[in-house]
Design a binder for this molecule. Structure first.
Ligand SMILES: *[C@@H]1O[C@H](CO)[C@@H](O)[C@H](O)[C@H]1NC(C)=O
Ligand SMILES: *[C@@H]1O[C@H](CO)[C@@H](O)[C@H](O)[C@H]1NC(C)=O
Ligand SMILES: *[C@@H]1O[C@H](CO)[C@@H](O)[C@H](O)[C@H]1NC(C)=O
Ligand SMILES: *[C@@H]1O[C@H](CO)[C@@H](O)[C@H](O)[C@H]1NC(C)=O
Ligand SMILES: *[C@@H]1O[C@H](CO)[C@@H](O)[C@H](O)[C@H]1NC(C)=O
Ligand SMILES: *[C@@H]1O[C@H](CO)[C@@H](O)[C@H](O)[C@H]1NC(C)=O
Ligand SMILES: *[C@@H]1O[C@H](CO)[C@@H](O)[C@H](O)[C@H]1NC(C)=O
Ligand SMILES: *[C@@H]1O[C@H](CO)[C@@H](O)[C@H](O)[C@H]1NC(C)=O
Ligand SMILES: *[C@@H]1O[C@H](CO)[C@@H](O)[C@H](O)[C@H]1NC(C)=O
Ligand SMILES: *[C@@H]1O[C@H](CO)[C@@H](O)[C@H](O)[C@H]1NC(C)=O
Ligand SMILES: *[C@@H]1O[C@H](CO)[C@@H](O)[C@H](O)[C@H]1NC(C)=O
Ligand SMILES: *[C@@H]1O[C@H](CO)[C@@H](O)[C@H](O)[C@H]1NC(C)=O
Length: 675
């Protein structure tokens, strides 16, 4: 008997030594979290699924750096240690590459990286060549699509997670790990420990909006688990003068508020959104200073949200107008028939301007003359994929004009992409002579024309604000939207002591449950620039009168009386009872719920080591069982009776462990049912 115990002890000793050698290696495998990454997530429309998701527990792949076509061919033909996570430089992030990688069925993740010291690609737009192809009034010409740079990456369901990073520290770390462990002896990669990346971005929603919303409803009364949320937020409106109770004749001036992109938290929309948005605000600001006496014709400025996703904001506004349910302007019901024309600020920039017009109206010629647009830059019967599509769908007789920097095809090479930023726009705050001054000129001319249409009189030449004041205002606004939200104008128009974030606001519309910061700041800014400043009011009185308390010029507090108001920008599809999600009439976009978005890197042991650890683990477990059984059986012989209690305690623990594991099984059954 004693001999056998000796044998067992020897065994255990050997095991401990082997184990400590193994732990030595485990030290190298500690997870390194990669920070400053942005995830691709999942969205749905009524019939399809788009975007990315990892597996529930995270997707792990061996790192492979792609630098050229040859590396992709290698993955296709020679890779042995898959599945892989490929690290792609920006210039290789194309539809073609991603489809090839997907077809290998050997990819567990894509990390898109940008080396900021390299030049950016000449074009990158993940949007469709025909944005909002299936919605709106006028279909896109497939031979000459609006967005020639579009790769439609946004409209694809990817079977692997994707992340983006431009953190150079992270990039260096991955490169060096790859060089050290993976890059040599590629044929025998599978025999070694390799640098690997785990991506966690599991999406709870699947299939399409209809099924994920149904699943949500089903669980409502018992366990309000959410799987997806409708996209949406708020539209912002400001009327030049209060509306009449009964009949109105309205010129609408609109711009869009949202952009989109493939990655969470980055949608700068510089050329796509910001240029038009700031021009609209400057127009409203200037027109307000002209003190027009409104008689028959009124002007309503509207910033529409969610337009990137089948015109959520404008289609909802039109829906409400049609159903006499639009009362964001002083609580007065406005009807669609009251709207005479729509002027939209589209994508703008420096230099040449185009007018896309629909219908016959004096307003087109007036704008053409005021903005000095040549005859061949006025495109009749042209309707770009912007908000006017929704208005024309409701009333094709409407006169619409879209002011833009492009003709029949976009000039913006980065439409709805993460590179549509300050750099691609070439904005420099110190230099107000180019972009800001061109936009200021548009704002001033349009405001003057609106003044004439409202009053029938020539515009007064203002001493203040002058063209150069408007230029400064625009320059400051561009800084706020393109460089940092921690800027003077946003501070002046937020409550005192509000902390503003020091980075670029993402302009993605988001889900309607979560208020959007970009919308709030824009609404406040419009109110600040057009509202009445009540210097005599203190904070308490301001709140009592339900007015807005803002920072003001010296950030110490100022009361603003404004008529700026919001309306819901949630698609009618989600408010109509029993709406057919497959019909394609209204936007049906939803966004999946997720829990974590994270990436970490570690050293993954070779398959052989993993097997060895597994066997070793089982062996130790088996021996422990035998040992416990042996000790239990011989307890009377081996120990004196006082120690019995300890042994009992051990069995109690074992019993507890048993219950725990069965509980575990029960919960996994529950989660299976949920699936
Ligand atoms: C970049 O990554 C490093 C290391 O992960 C991290 O310490 C740093 O905060 C990151 N920078 C940004 C801007 O996320
Ligand atoms: C959803 O998107 C797909 C692909 O873009 C399109 O074919 C389909 O018609 C869309 N469905 C709806 C209901 O809009
Ligand atoms: C990849 O495999 C092919 C044969 O399938 C072989 O001809 C080629 O040399 C291999 N390439 C590398 C880089 O190992
Ligand atoms: C970025 O590109 C520069 C120039 O080619 C190179 O020197 C640098 O190592 C690159 N950085 C990373 C992190 O790859
Ligand atoms: C508009 O009204 C304000 C305040 O009443 C006044 O200071 C300003 O001079 C007026 N502007 C014009 C163009 O009349
Ligand atoms: C603001 O809009 C809401 C509807 O969106 C409306 O009920 C309310 O009366 C409006 N308030 C003002 C001051 O216009
Ligand atoms: C532009 O068109 C208008 C009428 O459509 C015409 O009267 C005018 O002469 C044209 N201008 C130029 C420069 O061709
Ligand atoms: C548009 O105008 C035509 C003729 O001018 C008229 O017959 C039609 O009813 C109008 N449509 C709408 C929606 O107002
Ligand atoms: C703008 O000018 C300031 C000082 O006048 C300077 O510090 C800053 O770097 C300049 N910015 C740009 C983008 O040129
Ligand atoms: C605000 O003004 C009102 C009336 O002028 C006064 O009664 C009140 O004390 C003031 N509140 C503060 C905080 O100064
Ligand atoms: C801020 O400006 C207001 C009016 O412009 C003035 O009454 C107030 O004294 C100023 N406050 C400070 C702290 O300068
Ligand atoms: C705010 O403005 C509205 C009209 O624009 C006016 O009726 C109201 O009296 C103003 N409120 C205050 C407190 O000045």
């Amino acid at each position: 008997m004693a001999k056998m115990t000796m044998e067992i002890w020897k065994y255990i000793l050997v095991l401990i030594i082997v184990n400590s050698v193994a732990t030595e290696r485990i030290k190298d495998m500690i997870y390194m979290p990669l920070e400053g990454v942005a995830a691709c997530f999942r969205r749905h429309n009524g019939t399809h699924q788009f975007g990315c998701s990892s597996s529930r527990s995270g997707s792990v792949g061996v790192v492979h750096l792609i630098e050229g076509d040859g590396d992709i061919t290698w993955i296709e033909r020679n890779a042995t240690a898959g599945p892989y996570t490929v690290v792609l430089p920006f210039d290789m992030f194309t539809r073609n590459t991603l489809i090839r990688l997907r077809n290998t069925n050997n990819i567990n993740g894509v990390l898109l990286t940008r080396n900021i010291s390299l030049e950016r690609p000449s074009s990158y737009s993940p949007e469709d060549t025909c944005p909002n192809r299936y919605s709106g009034y006028k279909k896109c010409n497939k031979m000459k699509p609006w967005n020639p740079f579009g790769s439609a990456l946004l409209l694809e369901d990817w079977s692997f997670p994707m992340f983006y990073t431009e953190n150079q520290t992270v990039l260096e770390a991955i490169k060096s790990c790859f060089q050290r462990h993976n890059a040599h002896d590629l044929e025998t990669q599978y025999q070694r420990s390799l640098c690997a990346i785990e991506m966690k971005s599991f999406m709870y929603a699947a299939v399409n909006s209809e099924s994920c919303i149904k699943r949500t409803d089903f669980n409502l009364n018992f366990n309000p688990t959410q799987f997806c949320d409708p996209l949406g937020d708020r539209n912002i409106h400001w009327p030049l003068a209060p509306l009449n109770e009964d009949s109105n004749s309205i010129i609408m001036v609109t711009a869009r508020l949202d952009a989109s992109s493939l990655f969470d938290g980055i949608s700068p929309g510089a050329g796509n959104v910001v240029t038009g948005l700031v021009t609209l605000i400057a127009t409203a600001y200037y027109l307000n200073h002209l003190n027009a006496t409104v008689d028959k014709t009124n002007v309503v400025f509207s910033l529409l949200n969610g337009e990137a996703f089948d015109y959520i904001g404008s289609s909802r506004m039109v829906y409400d107008l049609k159903h006499n349910n639009f009362n964001a302007l002083g609580g007065i019901n406005l009807n669609i028939d009251h709207i005479k024309s729509v002027i939209e600020f589209g994508q703008l920039g420096r230099g040449k301007i185009f007018l896309h017009s629909n219908g016959e109206d004096d307003i087109i010629n007036r704008l053409q003359n005021a903005l000095k647009v040549s005859n061949n830059s006025v495109l009749h019967d042209s309707v770009p994929p912007t908000s006017v599509q929704s208005f024309l769908e409701a009333n094709p007789n409407l006169t619409t004009v879209v002011i833009s920097n492009h003709g029949l095809q976009f000039k913006n090479q980065y439409y709805n992409g993460i590179l549509d930023d300050v750099e691609s726009l070439g904005f420099n705050r110190n230099d107000t002579s180019t972009l800001a001054s061109d936009l200021a000129n548009i704002a001033l001319q349009v405001a003057n024309e609106l003044y004439q249409m409202v009053t029938g009189e020539q515009d007064p030449q203002l001493a203040y604000p002058s063209l150069s004041d408007v230029k400064d205002l625009i320059s400051e606004m561009l800084y706020c939207y393109l460089e940092s939200a921690k800027c003077t104008l946003f501070r002046e128009s937020s409550a005192p002591n509000v902390k503003l974030i020091n980075h670029v606001l993402p302009l993605y519309v988001g889900v309607h449950r979560a208020p959007n910061l970009a919308t709030s700041l824009t609404g406040q800014l419009l109110a600040y620039l057009t509202g009445e400043k009540l210097f005599e009011m203190n904070e308490t009185m301001c709140h009592e009168n339900r007015l807005a308390w803002m920072g003001g010029a010296n950030f110490s507090g100022l009361c603003i009386n404004s008529t700026v108001n919001y309306s819901a920008a949630v698609s009618p599809a989600f408010i109509i009872d029993g709406y057919d999600m497959k019909s394609g009439v209204y936007s049906t976009w939803t966004e999946s719920i997720w829990q974590t978005l994270s990436v970490r890197m570690f050293l993954k042991p070779s398959a052989a080591t993993e097997r060895f650890s597994m066997i070793l683990g089982s062996l130790i477990a088996g021996i422990s069982f035998v040992l416990v059984w042996f000790i239990n059986n011989r307890a009377d012989v081996l120990f004196n009776s006082r120690l019995k209690a300890t042994v009992h305690f051990t069995t109690a623990q074992a019993a507890a462990y048993g219950t725990f594991s069965s509980y575990d099984r029960v919960t996994s059954v529950v989660s299976l049912i949920k699936d």
